[in-house]
Design a binder for this molecule. Sequence first.
Ligand code: C5P
Length: 308
Amino acid sequence: MVTVRVPAKVNVQLGVGGVRPDGYHDLANVFFAVALGDQVTATPGEGVTLSCDGPDAAAVPLDDGNLAARAARLLAAHHGLADPGVHLHIDKAIPVAGGMAGGSADGAAALLACDALWGLDTPLPVLLELAAELGSDVPFALLGGVALGRGRGELLEPLPVAGTFHWVFAVADGGLSTPAVFRECDRLREESGLGSSLADVPTPDADPALLAALAEGDPVALAAALANDLQAAAVSLRPSLADTLHAGTEAGALAALVSGSGPTCAFLAKDADAAAHVAAALRASGTCRTAHATHGPVPGARVVKTSA
Ligand code: C5P
């Protein structure tokens, strides 16, 4: 039996370029791994099977499309294992379809858990390549910490970061589809007359002020630099998110932004006490289903328990 712990992410900067011929968008994506995370336990089994526990377990698809199942099959195929046998149990704490890369996290965790269970010892660069095949956000879940993601988000460069930052995540009722949010971003750009193609939108780049705030461990400077080009699209599709963002800043958060493609909203707090206060105020506000205080950065997917 092998248990892997894996973090969720928030994008402290999500710069979205024009839509590429392959349908993806070039990004300047600064990923930040937070302690809110899932656990995936791999045990020997027949074929690839899944189960899931947690408050949102009913919303997790347990079919072959789940990234954890796809990860197990991809790793087996890469090593020429004809008949992979594994049962993957997901302890789910990351909001489902929430913009925190929870499905991607489970894919990364399954790669690592199966690698250990099957004794494959796959080198990290190969695991990162397999992860990129599974999805744009999966490599970062293996790496953790803070990293700049270029391309569609999969080309990662670890970034220097000092200290610990304190976050609150407000979980919405129901998810948002990532492709739908990117399409809405394109639609809003077309509607504004700017256009949405590669030729219309400048290639995004990491903001030097944001990188300096991370390197210095300065939450006030980071709060001022937080930016998400998908936020307007997420709020356009789910206008009630504006109330959630407002409730968190009213409660004293340094800044608020939509996490990735949403609908989870992220709030930066000045310390752990402020984060606990903001989380309590958000839970009482009626503008979200629940709210969690957490911190980061934390490492990427790692084995936390093995037994024979
Ligand atoms: O890579 P992944 O399968 O996670 O992406 C899900 C969807 O999000 C893509 O099919 C695409 O619609 C959108 N996407 C995008 N540009 C990116 C990453 C994702 O348009 N850089």
